[in-house]
Every structure is written in C-alpha cells, then in structure tokens.
Design a protein around this ligand. Structure first.
Ligand code: FAD
Ligand code: NAP
Ligand code: NAG
Ligand code: NAG
Ligand code: NAG
Ligand code: NAG
Ligand code: NAG
Ligand code: NAG
Length: 562
C-alpha cells in the first residue's frame, strides 16, 4: 500500500508539537505501562467477512506474515456488491427484536445432510438463509464517485462512468481479492499451502473464555450436492489469537411496526408478495403499469423511485413529517422521480377482506386522516437494523466500546472494521494498523488511556456520514501509523491525495446537493489544530459508554444473529 512519502513525514513532523499534548502522537515515550501488552504472541488471525473491508484487512495481515483465515458466508467475495438474482429469505412482519441463536451441534466436527422440506424448510430457503443474498438490484448505481469507489491497486476500466454499476464494482472487488490470493479456490504459493479464504462458511459463534485463552470460532459451511439433491452442512471450530469483524452494516431489514402491516404482508398475487422490503428488489419490470407505494425517504427510496418511475402508472411515496432529509442531512424531496406524489406517514393498514389475493382493494390510512386506495404494490425502503453480529459487544452504528482504531477496548485482540468509506486507502489504514499492533510494529495505548480517549468524545469518528470527520480520522491514521513505523519499523502510508477532495466535492455537489462542499470546507478544517476539530454532533454523540457484554459460563459468548 505504501511508498516512502516525504509529505507524510513532513505532516508527522509538523504536527508533533501540537499533538503530543493531545495524546495522538505518542512516540518516544518508553514507559511500557502506557501501552497495551498482549498475554501471548499473536500469530493466527481470523477475518469475518470478505467485502471490501474484510478483504483489505486480510491482505494487510497477510503482508505482515500473520497466519490468516478469511471466512465468508456467501459463495464468493464481494460483500454487499456480490450481485445475484437470488433474494434474501423473507424478513419478519412485523419486526421482531429476537436474536435467535444459531442451532449448533454438541460436538465438533459434525456433518448433516439436509433433505428437501426437512423441518418444513426447502433446500433453497436453507441455502439463502445461510448466506443472505445481498440488498442490491440489477441496475443499481453507486452514489459515490468511481475514482474513489475502488480498492487499492485496482483501476476501473477506461471510460467507466463516475456512477458505477453494481457489476463494475463487484468486478473491482473480486479483482482485488484475486490480486491478494483471496478469491474462491485461490491457493497460496508457500507453505503450509492451506487456503486463506473459506467461502459459503458462516461464523456461527465467537468465544473466548478469558484474557489468556484464544478465540474459538464455530463455523458452518454449506454445499449443494446436486446429484442427490441435498445440502451438506459441516460444522467445525478453529482457534485464533485475534479476530477482525468485517461483517458489514446492511444485513437485517428494518420493518416499521405499522398497525396492520402483518396482515398486508401476507397478501400475494401470482405467487409474489405485494409488499417487499427494498433488500429483495431486483428488477423494475414487475411494476409495469401498476400503482406503487414506496415507504421511506432515504437513498433506497429515492433511487428506487427513479428506477421504477418509467414503468409504473402511478408512483406514491410516503415520507415521515419533518424528515425530508436523508442520512447525509440534505434535502431529499428533489431526489425522487418527478412523477412521485409525496404523501405523509402511514398510520395503519386496514385489514384486508380475506380473499388473500392482492392489496388493490385495501385501505391505507395516513396520519393526516386521508385514506389511500388502489395500491398494487408496496416497497418498504425503510432501511436496516444495526447489524447484530456479536450483538452484546458492539453496536456498529454507535461503535460502543471501540477505540478509534477499531480495537475492542476490553480485549484489543478483537477488532472491528469501522469504515464508512471502505474504498481507497481508508480500510487499508485500519487493516495495516491491526497488523502492526499485533506484530509489535505499532503500540496501542493502555486500556485506561483508550477509555479516557473514548470517553472524551474526541475520537468518535465512526460515523460514515460526516465527510470532514472521516477526513480527520484519516489524518490521525497517517500520523499514528507513520510515527509508529518511524519508531518500530514498517512502511509509511500516504495521506489521501489532495485531489480526492476535488473529486469528492465535484461529485457531491453534482449528485447530492448544489454547492454543499466547497474548497473552503476542506481548507478551513486543514488549518484547525486538533483540539478545535469539530466534535461529533448529537446524531452520533448521544451514546453513552455501555458495558454491555454478556457473560455466559465465564466466557464471552457471542452468537450469530440470523
Ligand atoms: C443498496 C446499497 C447501496 C449502497 N451503495 C453504496 C455506494 O454507492 N457507495 C458506497 O460507498 N457504499 C454504498 N453502500 C454501502 C456498502 O455497505 C459499502 O459500499 C461496502 O460494501 C461496505 O463494505 P464492508 O466490507 O464493510 O461490508 P459488506 O460489503 O457488507 O461485506 C460484509 C461481508 O461480511 C459477510 N458476513 C457477514 N456475517 C458473516 C458471518 N457470520 N460469517 C461469515 N461472513 C459474514 C457478508 O456475507 C459480507 O460479504 C451501499 C449499501 C447498500 C445496502
Ligand atoms: N448507491 C445507491 O444509490 C444506494 C441506494 C440505496 C442505498 N444506498 C445506501 O444504503 C444504505 C441504506 O440506505 P436506505 O435508504 O436503505 O436506509 P436508510 O438510510 O436507513 O433510510 C431508511 C428510511 O426509511 C424511513 N422510514 C423508516 N421507518 C419509516 C416509516 N414507518 N414511515 C416512513 N418512513 C420510514 C426513514 O425515515 P426516518 O429518517 O424518519 O427514520 C429513512 O428515510 C445507505 O448507506 C445508502 O447510502 C445507496
Ligand atoms: C514476511 O516473510 C517474508 C519471507 O520470509 C519476508 O521476506 C518479509 O520481509 C516478511 N515481512 C514482514 C513484514 O515481516
Ligand atoms: C424492540 O426494541 C425496541 C428498541 O429497543 C423497543 O423500543 C421495542 O419496545 C422492542 N419491542 C419488542 C416487541 O420487544
Ligand atoms: C483461561 O482459560 C484457559 C483455557 O480455557 C484455562 O486453562 C485457564 O485456567 C483460564 N484462566 C483463568 C484465569 O480463568
Ligand atoms: C393529507 O395528505 C394528502 C396527500 O398528501 C393530501 O392530499 C391531503 O389534502 C392531506 N389532508 C389534509 C387534511 O391535510
Ligand atoms: C387479513 O385480516 C383479515 C381480517 O382479520 C383476514 O380475513 C384476512 O385473511 C387477512 N389477510 C391476509 C392476507 O392474511
Ligand atoms: C461548507 O461550508 C459552508 C459555508 O460555511 C456551510 O454552509 C456548509 O454546511 C459546509 N458544508 C459541509 C458539508 O459541512
């Protein structure tokens, strides 16, 4: 990733006096009690998830000669961008809070052959439940610019438009996987020749009994056996000294608890549900000539409105009052298709008549008292629940209990990929940081110090939505990584090239909101000393330090949530 870079050194040197009082630049202090130490050497590292973040983590850990295993529940790397016609198993209506623990065998390894219809579940549904097809549609295009939406060292084909198709981006990610020997069936060239990546392999549980023991991952791989029309499941366990969680943020659909939604969710026509969540949307043709209601006012809602608009006869969008802003805080209404009729929030779905066919005759009551009738199809673009992987440790929306580098402060052998921006260097800084910390090439402050930094609120850069705070996080990484390399050895990392600002501004101003991000926005931030950096606003500042880890039989037991 990194070449020796004069600019990085100058930046590190220039920032030294101000930052040394601010606990950022912590080099040249040899009091070992200031640093985190690990009870045993770290050689084996598991990475969970082969999306853009997990791939970059694995690549950096391999470069540091750690023994790496990368587990991916899908049949191939690509993460969110692995497009298939398969759709996720239907979500629960109404929403439940349950975190159903995976059913695990009592002894390992174990094997089971699933037959069609076993326990009332089809093989197809069992397969999809295992790997969770992605929430992306056939003609999805990125809302981030191509020059910044790619993985390190992999270019897009010449003349690729700035708004990428899902397929272009999938290829970029899989090319990166191949470059680093992390694609399906890639074999390493050196001993012990054991493959790094295990696809169709879901991590079911992550356990550690105490600080001196190792992490035990419980794994389940599913394989189709077409000749006997069965699915083979293998369960086994593997031991690791450290674990990186890179499981993404958009796994579990959020279904609002609107009165009557359960009743409407069961209505079907020609074998297809009339109400779907945007995660199952694949093609617009199905909506040809219909009256369609979209619920939601963020990117999925606006993008889908434009995807289906040319096909539908009438398009209605239900938006909550006073929430005409998307996750990025900008006015959303202009972003809907022109033919979209904006209506208020839904208060209830009146019970359907009982013939079970379609919803056209049903009545939808809005909060202002108006009743909508004659709707053929509903798309809930209502977003996702905070990913519940490792539910009791970390809420990835608020990043509870994590140091700004992603280490779980209670036990820094567990680390999370935090990146809102998984592209270009960002996730590589994180992966490189984990590799350096675990191989002794970078020091992590003591846990007391990490808690103090955490509680100060200064380092809460976890939110992907604030471009300038993300810039701040990258600055911290460049200073910290390069200072540690100077002290302990290792390559230097480059800051993001300055032109990325221009690219970001150009794209954001054209695609999101006019004149939103100007040159001055960046340079103003440039010239601020660290202690005057903007603090995270209330949206991501509400969270409290929560000591929310569940102890079961003396172990940290973490169970995969379906
Ligand atoms: C509809 C949609 C559109 C988007 N558009 C954009 C865009 O235009 N630009 C942009 O920058 N971002 C966009 N995003 C955000 C997207 O999440 C990121 O681009 C990126 O994919 C995040 O990478 P990641 O590696 O962190 O997570 P992911 O890409 O989600 O990868 C996580 C991986 O972890 C695996 N995994 C999860 N649990 C387990 C388990 N228990 N065991 C094994 N493996 C597991 C998953 O199978 C998955 O492959 C979009 C998201 C959505 C939903
Ligand atoms: N590349 C692309 O073009 C593209 C396309 C789709 C998604 N994405 C990305 O995917 C991620 C998820 O986006 P998302 O749009 O699916 O989810 P989201 O940003 O979480 O938005 C969910 C929307 O649903 C609304 N909502 C929830 N309950 C509702 C209810 N009862 N009635 C009316 N509205 C309700 C929310 O409104 P409130 O604010 O009132 O809660 C919000 O507007 C984002 O990172 C986004 O950038 C990108
Ligand atoms: C990794 O191992 C190779 C081969 O032994 C060696 O050349 C390289 O310097 C090592 N890299 C690191 C970061 O230790
Ligand atoms: C589910 O969790 C939410 C948020 O914690 C809470 O408001 C709601 O009451 C819970 N609902 C049920 C049915 O447990
Ligand atoms: C930690 O776990 C290991 C392995 O399970 C065990 O041998 C050891 O006694 C445990 N130590 C403590 C302090 O509980
Ligand atoms: C309620 O909203 C609908 C749809 O926007 C609108 O046509 C109607 O006039 C509103 N009713 C009232 C009482 O404001
Ligand atoms: C909806 O509820 C009504 C009244 O309780 C019932 O008759 C009907 O069968 C339900 N419809 C569906 C699709 O479940
Ligand atoms: C950029 O600066 C302008 C002018 O000060 C301000 O209105 C705008 O909110 C800033 N943009 C962002 C994204 O912070």
């Amino acid at each position: 990733m990194a070449r020796f870079n004069v600019l990085a050194i100058l930046l590190a040197a220039a920032t030294l006096p101000a930052l040394s009082q601010q606990t950022v630049f912590t080099s040249w202090e040899d009091d070992s009690s200031r640093w985190t130490t690990f009870p045993h050497p770290i050689t084996r590292v598991a990475v969970i998830g082969a999306g853009p973040s997990g791939l970059q983590a694995a690549a950096n850990l391999l470069t540091a000669n750690l023994s790496v295993r990368l587990f991916e529940r899908a049949p191939a790397p690509g993460g969110n961008w692995f497009y298939t016609e398969e759709t996720p198993v239907r979500e629960a209506y109404p929403e439940t809070n349950s975190t159903t623990p995976a059913t695990l065998p009592t002894e390992f390894p174990a094997t089971h052959y699933y037959e069609e219809g076993e326990d009332g579940v089809s093989l197809d549904e069992r397969w999809r439940e295992h790997w969770q097809p992605r929430p992306v549609w056939y003609n999805l295009r990125t809302n981030s610019p191509a020059p910044l939406t790619k993985l390190p060292g992999i270019s897009h084909a010449p003349d690729t438009p700035w708004s990428l198709s899902v397929h272009d981006l999938e290829r970029n990610i899989r090319a990166y996987a191949s470059l680093h020997g992390l694609n399906v069936n890639d074999q390493p060239f050196s001993p012990p020749y054991s493959p790094v990546t295990s696809c169709s392999t879901r991590v079911e549980a992550v356990r550690k009994c105490n600080e001196t023991s190792t992490w035990t991952l419980t794994l389940r791989r599913l394989q189709w056996l077409p000749e006997s029309h069965r699915l083979k499941a293998d369960w086994w366990t593997e031991e690791f000294d450290a674990v990186v969680v890179a499981t993404g943020h958009y796994t579990t659909a959020y279904i609002p608890r609107i009165k009557g939604i359960g009743n409407w969710s069961m209505a079907k026509e020609n074998g297809e549900y009339n109400m779907i969540h945007s995660q199952s949307f694949r093609h617009p043709e199905r909506y040809a000539g219909k009256t369609v209601l979209i619920v939601g006012a963020s990117t999925s809602a606006t993008q889908l409105s434009r995807v289906i608009a040319p096909f539908v006869s009438r398009l209605i969008v239900s938006v909550r009052p006073n929430r005409y802003r998307d996750g990025y805080g900008y006015d959303i209404l202009y972003a809907f298709a022109e033919k979209a009729e904006i209506v208020p929030e839904i208060s209830s779905f009146e019970p359907l008549d009982g013939n079970g066919i379609g919803i056209r005759a049903g009545r939808i009551r809005l909060v202002n008292g108006t009743v909508l009738e004659g709707i053929d199809e509903i798309i809930l673009a209502t977003g996702y629940r905070a990913n519940t992987f490792l539910p009791d440790l970390v809420n990835p929306r608020t990043f509870d209990n994590l140091d700004w580098r992603g280490h779980y402060i209670h036990d820094p052998t567990l680390a999370y990929m935090l990146t809102g921006s998984s592209w270009t260097q960002h996730a590589s800084y994180q992966g490189y940081g984990f590799a350096k910390v675990w191989t002794g090439k970078a020091r992590l402050p003591s846990r007391e110090r990490m808690w103090a930094d955490y509680q100060s609120g200064r380092y809460r850069f976890g939110t992907p939505l604030d471009i300038l705070l993300q810039e701040g996080l990258r600055k911290l990484y460049v200073v910290w990584l390069n200072a540690e390399s100077l002290e302990l050895g290792g390559q230097f990392v480059d800051p993001l090239p300055l032109e990325t600002r221009e690219i970001t501004s150009y794209f954001v101003n054209a695609h999101w909101r006019k004149d939103w991000l100007l040159h001055e926005n960046w340079t103003r931030f440039d010239n601020l000393p660290f202690n005057e950096w903007p603090k995270p606003g209330p949206a991501h500042g509400q969270h409290q330090c929560q000591w929310r880890w569940r102890r079961v039989q003396g172990c940290i037991v973490v169970i995969h949530d379906l």
